[in-house]
Design a binder for this molecule. Structure first.
Ligand code: ARG
Ligand code: ZN
Length: 844
């Protein structure tokens, strides 16, 4: 059943307050609810419907009178007074049997919840929609030392605790945690003087992995005050780490729940990348307190209202805490890897979708990451001051609201006087615009001509031109910047911009800082790219020039059997030796475009990508790079070893990233000798994992693989890495077998989403292995998705995206992929989640 944005109607009843009592029991938890309803003046319907799934109703009363509601698979209806009334119900639920990890479930003996998007209806009968907001009072009874819910604690005793959350909230922000937990406490005083107790709650044994997350939380709280003027609004802020979790983390009011992989960190067990990601996710969930909780979404079509904005805010935070250019480049790499891929395939959908079957399938890179890009474009178009004014107005006008994208855009129009009618198309039209660029130079005037076009996407054949902010700078032939960054605003399908008074034909630097999520198409020479790599003042475009070079070189190797281009090797070598460049930047610049990126580019030029040939070209090019740079590598490797005590900061991580990128090349020359030394000496996970990865790639990893497991078998998060890396670094010829073998390992607990993703997800992320010509990769993943679906539909559906590029490959691969997808689709009682995903991927 498809839900449409255009069918929105306001709720028939509003909720004035909610009181919940939980009598915890693994198989028979009783939930008692007392809810004060009032007819919604904005609705004529009068129909009383409460969502509810997998609930056993024990009793129901209205104003104290026993009633017998009509119960269906999705909820209940009941005759009610046309006046305020009190609903009381008692239901029984079975948290121990809840393997879908949605609603109230158990993880390692601890009770926890995940209610976004529609999990609260698995806890009790309720109008489970985000435009119904209410203050909650919660009483928890159970034999657990720690009993947590949203808001402030109002009382506790032996076997019980009470909580009150004064801020009206939708049910998706409800949370409850109960268990034998220990805390890492701290405090934060807000700028107006509210003292807030902070806690990170973990399983005993994990207390030593909380300090970094706590620092990140305090930095986030301070940053939101300083940059957005947003203060925290309760007396406590709790974070809980949970091992079984479908997503990264959840912003429940005052009680954030995290996948333990997204909060627990220590130098010995976490990589620099883990630390950076944890800092960003803590910030993200904290920032939701204002962008998501205080101002929430009217309905799930508006998901990008909170997610796009909050991702944008957490990117700004990371840029401020670390290096802005490095963050921007990493974000664009991720955007191209996940969102462009989505936007150019069968799952393409607008940032604000207009229909869905299962909302959990729309927590996508498009809603989150492209959603964040739209905020970035808005900020570019209205300027920093305009953005600040608009945000102040947004918080002022909509605090306490369940808002829409229309509300959001209106705030910008009112604050800046700008008409955003055309900009709105970015929210409504799916697909990545192609921006064709040509240029002329005559009599000192340089003209750039742009043409925009967006290919059709499922259900949207015609696209209207969008407003595109294009940041441009011009360099003169000796490398000086003659025109600094200028924001051009393209509104038409075709548009030209001129710069006059130039002495010579300039070299353009187009779409600086990746000012819009588009694909630039421009014929450029390798010389020009090498020139920009050497001289561009915009760090993003400097990186981009190197990436464009690498992409063309790889395409030439795959398509025409060309040899590795020496110009590219020279340019990279020069870049690598330039000690004025940030090591983190150099590490990124040394990276090649992803294999998936090359496949998509080939597909677009009308060629049929061969994943194995793309993998081979990457290997050949890396080998050539190693040879070319052989004299430089040992020096660079030595120069960027960190001697100070480990710190996961930007500077040290940059040095390690560069040294480890260099180690990857060195290993191609020394067969792994240096990597083995690094492995043996490593005292932190970044160094250990990088070295082991090099050894695996060199085919010399067996001893390290055994030693690594031996050392870390009791640390579940490190064991996830052990599963993952063996697949990631396997030769594509036997990665499928490696993955299959790992699924037989006693520690392959497939019901745990982290372990499942570490193992099968790693296969899905290795294009040459997953798209193996004999279909073995597709078949293995399909087998496991069929097995997981009845247990955990959400994680199954999400992993189906591995197949989303199937139609770009040759007919043999297509036939294998299609057979695997059809096999999934024909599975009896397949979940709604997976049915929707597979049907869309098949184009049905
Ligand atoms: N709102 C959470 C976040 O962005 C994501 C939770 C999504 N959960 C889900 N089951 N779809 O931080
Ligand atoms: Zn979020």
């Amino acid at each position: 059943q498809t839900i449409y944005l255009s069918n929105y109607t306001p709720p028939a009843f509003l909720v004035e307050k909610v009181e919940l009592t939980f009598h915890l029991n693994p198989e028979k938890t009783r939930v008692v609810s007392k809810i004060k309803f009032i007819p919604n003046p904005a609705s004529q319907s009068g129909e009383f419907f409460l969502h509810g799934e997998n609930l056993t109703l024990v009793s129901a009363r209205i104003d104290g009178q026993e009633v017998t509601p009509t119960i269906t698979e999705t909820g209940l209806t009941c005759a009610v007074p046309n006046a305020p009334f009190t609903w009381e119900a008692e239901v029984e639920i079975n948290p121990a049997a809840n393997t879908a990890l949605e609603g109230l479930y158990m993880s390692n003996g601890m009770y926890c919840t995940q209610c976004e998007a529609e999990g609260f209806r698995k806890i009790t009968y309720y109008p489970d929609r985000p435009d119904v907001m209410a203050p909650f009072s919660v009483r928890i009874e159970g034999p657990h030392p720690v009993l947590l819910s949203n808001g402030n604690p109002t009382g506790a005793g032996d076997g019980w605790a009470e909580w009150h959350d004064p801020w009206p909230k939708p049910a998706y922000l409800f949370a409850l945690v109960a268990g034998d937990l220990v805390n890492h406490p701290d405090t934060f005083t807000t700028r107006s003087g509210r003292k807030v107790d902070l806690n990170i709650w973990v399983r005993p044994g994990d207390e030593g992995k909380c300090a970094f997350g706590m620092e990140a939380l305090k930095k986030s709280m301070k940053w939101d005050e300083d940059v957005y003027g947003r203060e925290y609004d309760l007396d406590v802020f709790n974070i809980v780490a949970v091992d079984d979790f479908n997503m990264g983390a959840m912003e429940n009011k005052g009680l954030n729940i995290f996948n333990s992989s997204c909060v627990l960190a220590s130098p010995e067990t976490s990589t620099d990348m883990n630390f950076e990601r944890i800092e960003a996710i803590i910030a993200h969930e904290y920032f939701h307190n204002w962008t998501g909780n205080r101002i929430t979404c009217r309905d799930w079509f508006q998901l990008c209202l909170k997610e796009g904005l909050t991702v944008f805010r957490d990117s700004e935070f990371t840029a401020d805490m670390r290096s802005a250019p490095v963050k921007r480049i990493s974000d664009v790499i991720a955007l191209r890897g996940r969102q462009f891929r989505e936007d150019n395939g069968p799952l393409a959908h607008p940032v604000r979708p207009d229909s869905f079957v299962e909302i959990n399938n729309f927590y996508t890179a498009t809603v989150y990451e492209k959603g964040a890009e739209l905020i970035g474009m808005l900020k570019r178009l209205v300027g920093d001051d305009g953005y600040a004014k608009a945000l102040d107005l947004y918080f002022d006008r909509h605090d306490g609201d369940a808002a829409t994208i229309e509300d959001w855009l209106k705030v910008f129009e009112d604050a800046t006087g700008r008409d955003l009618t055309q900009f709105k198309r970015w929210y409504e039209q799916a697909g990545t615009p192609r921006l064709k660029v040509t240029d002329d130079f005559k009599d000192g005037t340089y003209t750039i001509n742009f043409e925009q076009e967006t290919p059709p996407t499922p259900g949207q054949l015609r696209k209207d031109p969008r407003v595109i902010p294009i940041a441009v700078g011009l360099l003169n032939p000796n490398g000086d910047e003659v025109v600094p960054t200028t924001m051009l605003e393209m509104t038409g399908a075709k548009q030209s911009f001129s710069f006059d008074g130039l002495a010579a034909r300039p070299v353009p630097s187009i779409l600086r800082d990746f000012s819009a999520p588009v694909i630039v198409q421009r014929d450029s020479t390798n010389d020009e790219r090498a020139f920009l790599l050497a001289h561009d003042t915009d760090p993003f475009n400097k990186w981009e020039a190197g990436r464009d070079l690498a992409r063309d070189v790889l395409i030439g190797m795959v398509r025409d059997g060309a040899a590795p281009d020496d110009g590219y090797l020279e340019a990279m070598h020069a870049m690598l030796r330039d000690d004025s460049l940030d090591p983190a930047f150099r590490a990124l610049a040394l990276g090649l475009p992803s294999q998936d990126d090359i496949a998509q580019t080939l597909h677009e030029t009308g060629a049929t990508p061969d994943p194995q040939a793309i993998w081979d070209a990457g290997q050949t090019l890396r080998q050539a790079m190693a040879q070319k740079m052989q004299d430089t590598l040992p020096r660079l490797y030595a120069q960027h070893q960190v001697s100070a005590p480990y710190a996961p900061d930007a500077q040290q991580s940059g040095d390690r990233a560069l040294a480890n990128a260099v180690l990857g090349l060195l290993t191609r020359l020394d067969g792994g000798a240096q990597a083995q030394r690094q492995y043996d000496a490593a005292d932190n996970m970044t160094q250990q994992l990088a070295a082991w990865g090099c050894l695996l790639q060199a085919g010399k990893g067996d001893a390290a693989t055994a030693a690594f497991f031996d050392q870390w078998q009791d640390d579940r998060l490190v064991v996830d890495k052990w599963f993952s890396l063996q697949v990631v670094h396997a030769d594509p010829a036997d990665a499928v077998e490696t993955c299959a073998r790992l699924t037989e390992h006693p520690d392959f607990n497939w019901k745990n989403p982290n372990r499942f993703r570490a193992t099968l997800g790693a296969l899905a992320m290795s294009p040459a292995a997953f798209h193996r010509a004999d279909g073995a990769g597709y078949a293995l993943l399909a087998d496991w998705l069929i097995r997981l679906d009845p247990v955990n539909p959400q994680t199954t559906a999400r992993m189906c995206t591995a197949f989303e590029t199937w139609a770009r490959y040759d007919s043999t691969r297509q036939a294998h992929a299609k057979a695997a997808l059809e096999r999934i689709l024909e599975t009896p009682e397949l979940s709604r989640d997976t049915t929707e995903m597979v049907s869309r991927i098949l184009g049905q």
